[in-house]
Design a protein around this ligand. Structure first.
Ligand SMILES: [Zn+2]
Ligand SMILES: [Zn+2]
Length: 188
């Protein structure tokens, strides 16, 4: 899939809407894309395997902060998280030290972006139900996680078997590994 001009997203109720554009100098596929199983990301998103991707703030429009429904919560001394004050959708993660970047929770992007548009004209039915082919969509390029952090919280057999490089905590501490947590034994 070639570079999209822009992709759209928003919260569940639609009060917060945004587009992310990909001008020539922007990475496509985006690079800063990973899962985080830290307890704060889990609590804020309500997801076992929260995933987000960082985008240059200048490429997000309109600016999220300009939307009165967009609220933020200071989750630690180093970061804050954005959400919709009306429907509660968890939308962003922001490091104070990286004010030029906003990490967007990937599930906030629109269905057409993630899965493609529904091709109803070519739908068919069988014993499993109705199959609707999709046209377009950039989910694979947009959402392929390149790293996984806070694997110390992985749930064996549920959230530990992921492709890509993993870290016990953040990428700044310790070495990245592949394989499963259960491959490690004390003293080996
Ligand atoms: Zn909302
Ligand atoms: Zn986290």
């Amino acid at each position: 899939m070639s570079r999209p001009q822009f992709i759209s997203g928003g919260c569940l109720c639609g009060a917060v809407r945004f587009t992310v554009s990909f001008p020539e100098d922007a990475d496509w596929p985006p690079k800063g894309n990973g899962t985080c199983q830290c307890t704060m990301c889990r609590k804020h998103s309500g997801s076992l395997l929260p995933q987000n991707c960082g985008f240059p703030k200048v490429n997000i429009s309109p600016p999220l902060e300009d939307n009165p429904s967009y609220k933020t919560y200071k989750s630690s001394h180093e970061a804050y998280r954005g959400f919709c004050g009306i429907c509660g959708s968890a939308l962003t993660f922001n490091y104070n030290k990286e004010p030029e970047t906003t990490e967007i929770n990937l599930g906030a992007f629109d269905e057409d972006v993630l899965c493609g548009k529904r091709d109803e004209a070519n739908a068919w039915e069988d014993e499993y139900g109705r199959h609707v082919p999709r046209i377009g969509g950039v989910g694979k390029e947009l959402c392929y996680a390149k790293y996984h952090i806070f694997m110390e919280n992985a749930i064996a057999g549920v959230t530990d078997d992921l492709p890509g490089t993993k870290w016990l905590l953040d990428r700044s501490s310790g070495k990245g590994f592949t394989g499963k947590l259960t491959d490690f034994k004390k003293g080996s």
